[in-house]
Design a protein around this ligand. Structure first.
Ligand code: ZN
Length: 260
């Protein structure tokens, strides 16, 4: 991977960092927020937690199995009922994968130089305290339903770092806009001069990676104009998410208000 990676050593990451690792032989990355103390808060499909099938277990092993507790930390794998936001230790988060650090505030040229999407953003990050506050708040209150295109582990980490959410014409929200986020920008790019930046079509995989990279740029929260900053305490209200534990939400909301 060479210069195209953001691989870091464990000693280099700081609380509040957005970290990620690759699963399933570099076809899938999993993202989380390092909150210190060798702990990571991350988001994963809720249905996977409630299912006994192992169809996606390779994404999330070994923490997805509640029946095999972590040998290092007794609270590893902690989550609220019906929530996909999970607290794991760094070992379980990484599995056998390497550790990478997501970059914020990169220039568009750097962004486009990254062949692999989902490793950086042009958006600025908030201070680590704000990031950790959002991550811990969402650990207690959930982050809505996991959607691999719209509300996934990377969105979760991006939100924790930046506080930014994409706003569609119906208001704040993400569900149901897969076509506008993934389809439309891609179609527009393929008919625009930007396609000249795409790698030559030496193979389907290369073209796909290039298209993905371009679409990432068009949908990067640092580039889009339809993003808004939302305080974590207002997430559930703004997005109409079902609050699974209103008592906890109310208590949390009245504690440490870090609103950027
Ligand atoms: Zn663990």
């Amino acid at each position: 991977m060479g210069l195209l990676t953001n691989r870091v050593d464990r000693s280099e990451i700081k609380p509040g960092d957005h970290i990620y690792t690759y699963r399933a032989v570099f076809t899938y990355s999993h993202h989380g927020i390092f909150v210190g103390g060798s702990k990571v808060v991350h988001f994963r499909p809720e249905q996977n937690l409630n299912s006994s099938t192992a169809t996606t277990s390779d994404f999330y092993e070994p923490t997805s199995s509640l029946s095999s507790p972590c040998p290092t930390f007794p609270d590893c794998g902690f989550r609220q009922p019906n929530s996909g936001v999970v607290l794991s230790c760094l070992d379980c988060f990484l599995g056998n994968g390497s550790l990478y650090c997501f970059e914020y505030g990169v220039t568009p040229s750097v962004f486009l130089a990254k062949v692999r999407g989902g490793t950086c953003t042009t958006a600025a990050s908030d201070p680590p305290e704000a990031t950790i506050h959002r991550a811990m708040y969402l650990l207690q209150n959930g982050f809505g339903n996991y959607d691999v295109f719209q509300n996934n582990c990377e969105d979760f980490a991006l939100y924790c770092k930046s506080g930014l959410l994409i706003m569609d014409k119906l208001g704040v929200g993400r569900s149901g806009q897969a076509s506008s986020v993934v389809g439309a920008p891609l179609a527009a790019l393929l008919s625009s001069p930007l396609k000249l930046l795409m790698p030559s079509p030496v193979g389907v995989a290369t073209v796909t990676a290039g298209m993905y990279c371009m679409s990432r740029y068009a949908t990067d929260i640092g580039v889009r104009s339809d993003v808004i900053k939302v305080a974590v305490e207002d997430l559930a209200v703004n997005l109409g998410w079902v609050c699974h534990d209103e008592d906890v939400a109310d208590n949390e909301a009245s504690n440490g208000q870090i609103v950027s």
